[in-house]
Design a binder for this molecule. Structure first.
Ligand code: FES
Length: 492
C-alpha cells in the first residue's frame, strides 16, 4: 500500500538531509548507522523512516519509547516559536521525540516509537503514521486507525527556571506549585496603600497544568473587601497579583485565604494565607509570627526539608534586635537549627532538623524569638523519626536527578538489591531487583528501565512489566519515605 505523500514531507520541519532518498519517492531512509550518527548530538528536524519494515523494526533494535529526560531550549528551535509549532528532537541515541508548543509556555512531547513493533513513526502536517504496518495517530498521539495498537507514549515536559525544558521520562501529573504560602501587607492609619505583591504559580510536575482558578475566602468574623486578586492566565506558569486596600479599616490584623486549584493536579488545591496589618505609627512595636508550631518527619539519619517562619512587626514603629534560641524537651538535643535572615522585622526564620543518629521516636523543642522592647514569641517544633530503612542519599545517584531516572543496586532491603526511580519532582518509588519471573537479579538499562538477563523481561521505570517471552508480574514495590526537598530517602 503506497504511503500518503504527506507523511514523507517535512511537516513544516527541516528535513534531515543526511538520509538517502528511498525508492518510494519522497521518503528518506535512515539506516541504523545513519540514525545513530544523526543522533549522536542533539539534532532537530524530521526523522523519516523508510517504507516497508522501517529502520528499527527488528525486535533487538527497538529503542526505548521513554527516553531519559534531556534539556531542550525552545528559544533555539524556530519551529517552536509559534503555538502549534512542532519539532522532532533526538538526544544522544535515544528514540526521537515530537515536541509541540501547545500554549504560550506549554509544551507537549510524544515518543515517536510505534507501540506496535517499535518502528519510528513519521510526522506530517496531517498527522502521524507508522510506515511499518500503517498505524495512524492523531497529533496528540491517539491511535486513529490502520494496524491496531496503543497510542503513542506521552512524555514528561518540565520547565526549568531559565525557560528551557526537560523533555523525556514517564509522563507524570501536574503539580501545583506556589513560590510562597504567605503574603503580608503592612500599612498604617496614615500611610499609603501597600504595594501590590505577586505569587508565581508553576507546574512542579509533568504534563500541562491548566484550568487554574482562584477563590478568595475571608475567615469567620473577618472584615471583607480589602483584598483583590488578578490571575494572569489559566495555565501555568501564571502570576497571581494581590492588592490590599485599608479603606476605613482600624488598627488590627486582617486575614484571608486564597485557594488555588488546577486541573488534574496530584497535590490538590494549594492555599495562600494573606494578612493585612494596619498599624498605628504611634504605638509600640509588636512581634508576630506566621505560625506557632512546626512538624517534621524523617527516617533515622534523614535530613527533612527546612521550613520558614515569617517574623513581622504587627505594631507601630520599627522592630529590631531579633534573635532565636532553642530549648529541647527531654529525649534528645542538638537536632535543630533556627536561623534568622536578619535582625530587623520583617525577617524569615529558617528551621531545619538534622536527624543524625537519633533513634526512632518523637522529639520536641521550643524556639523562642525575641526582639528589642517586644514580648517574645515561641514556636513548638515536633520531630518524628521513623524506623530505619535503607537510607539513600540522592546526590550519590545522578540518575535520580531527572524524572524517570532509575538508579540500580542502591543497597539491600530484606537481603535483596534495590532500585530507586524518580517519579516526579517530589516523589520516588523503589523496587526489588529480583525478577518476579524466576528471581534473577535484573539490570538497569540506559538509566531509565529494567531488563532481566535471564529471559529478557523488560520493565519500565515504574516497575511495570513491558514484554518478555514469558509473562512476568510487575516488579515488587518497596516503601519509600521521602519529604519533598530532602536530600535523602528511606526504603523499607
Ligand atoms: S510497527 Fe508500527 S504499525 Fe507495526
Amino acid at each position: 500500500m503506497p504511503l500518503d505523500p504527506s507523511f514523507s514531507s517535512s511537516a513544516g520541519l527541516a528535513p534531515d538531509t543526511s538520509s538517502e532518498p528511498s525508492p518510494c519517492g519522497g521518503c528518506h531512509r535512515l539506516d541504523r548507522r545513519q540514525f545513530l550518527a544523526s543522533a549522536s548530538v542533539l539534532s532537530l528536524g524530521v526523522l523519516v523512516s523508510g517504507c516497508g519494515d522501517g529502520i528499527v523494526s527488528a525486535p533487538e533494535q527497538v529503542l526505548d519509547a521513554v527516553p531519559a529526560p534531556f534539556r531542550l531550549d525552545p528559544a533555539t528551535v524556530p519551529e517552536l516559536a509559534q503555538i502549534g509549532g512542532r519539532s522532532v528532537v533526538v538526544s544522544g541515541t535515544s528514540a526521537p521525540v515530537l515536541v509541540e508548543r501547545v500554549g504560550s509556555a506549554q509544551f507537549r512531547a510524544l515518543s515517536l516509537v510505534c507501540p506496535h513493533r517499535g518502528t519510528i513513526v513519521e510526522v506530517a502536517s496531517s498527522g502521524l503514521r507508522c510506515p511499518n504496518h500503517e498505524a495512524v495517530f492523531a497529533n496528540d498521539g491517539t491511535w486513529l486507525g490502520g494496524q491496531p495498537t496503543a497510542g503513542l507514549t506521552p512524555l514528561d515536559v518540565r520547565r526549568n527556571s531559565d525557560g528551557s525544558l526537560m523533555v523525556g521520562g514517564t509522563l507524570t501529573p501536574p503539580v501545583l506549585g506556589l513560590d510562597r504560602s504567605t503574603v503580608v501587607f503592612l500599612t498604617t492609619l496614615t500611610g499609603n496603600a501597600p504595594a501590590a505583591q505577586t505569587v508565581a504559580i508553576n507546574n512542579d510536575g509533568g504534563g500541562i497544568l491548566s484550568g487554574l482558578a482562584v477563590t478568595l475566602i475571608y475567615g469567620p468574623g473577618q472584615r471583607t473587601g480589602w483584598l483583590s486578586l488578578a490571575l494572569s492566565q489559566a495555565s501555568a506558569p501564571a502570576t497571581l497579583s494581590l492588592s490590599a486596600q485599608r479603606g476605613t479599616l482600624p488598627v488590627g490584623t486582617y486575614t484571608a485565604t486564597v485557594s488555588i486549584t488546577g486541573a488534574g493536579v496530584s497535590n490538590g488545591a494549594q492555599t495562600l494565607t494573606v494578612s493585612l496589618l494596619v498599624q498605628d505609627p504611634t504605638t509600640p512595636a509588636a512581634l508576630q509570627l506566621s505560625t506557632s508550631s512546626l512538624a517534621f518527619t524523617a527516617p533515622i539519619g534523614g535530613i527533612p526539608a527546612a521550613q520558614v517562619v515569617q517574623c513581622i512587626n504587627s505594631g507601630g514603629g520599627s522592630l529590631a534586635g531579633l534573635a532565636a534560641t532553642i530549648a529541647y524537651s527531654a529525649g534528645g538535643t542538638g537536632w535543630l537549627t533556627a536561623t534568622l535572615n536578619q535582625t530587623t522585622a520583617p525577617a524569615a526564620l529558617t528551621v531545619r532538623p538534622t536527624v543524625g543518629t537519633l533513634a526512632a521516636g518523637s522529639y520536641s523543642a521550643t524556639i523562642t524569638i525575641s526582639g528589642t522592647g517586644v514580648a517574645a514569641r515561641t514556636i513548638t517544633v515536633s520531630l518524628t523519626v521513623t524506623a530505619a530503612g535503607l537510607l539513600v542519599t540522592l546526590a550519590a545517584w545522578p540518575a535520580l536527578a531527572n524524572v524517570g531516572g532509575v538508579a540500580g543496586s542502591v543497597g539491600n532491603v530484606n537481603g535483596g538489591p534495590v532500585a530507586v526511580t524518580r517519579l516526579s519532582a517530589t516523589s520516588f518509588a523503589a523496587f526489588s531487583m529480583r525478577c518476579p519471573h524466576a528471581g534473577t537479579t535484573i539490570n538497569v538499562v540506559n538509566g531509565t528501565s529494567f531488563r532481566c538477563p535471564n529471559h529478557g523481561a523488560l520493565f519500565n521505570s515504574a516497575g511495570v512489566w513491558q514484554s518478555s517471552p514469558q509473562r512476568a508480574e510487575n516488579l515488587v514495590a518497596l516503601t519509600v519515605t521521602y519529604t519533598p526537598g530532602a536530600t535523602t530517602l528511606s526504603v523499607t
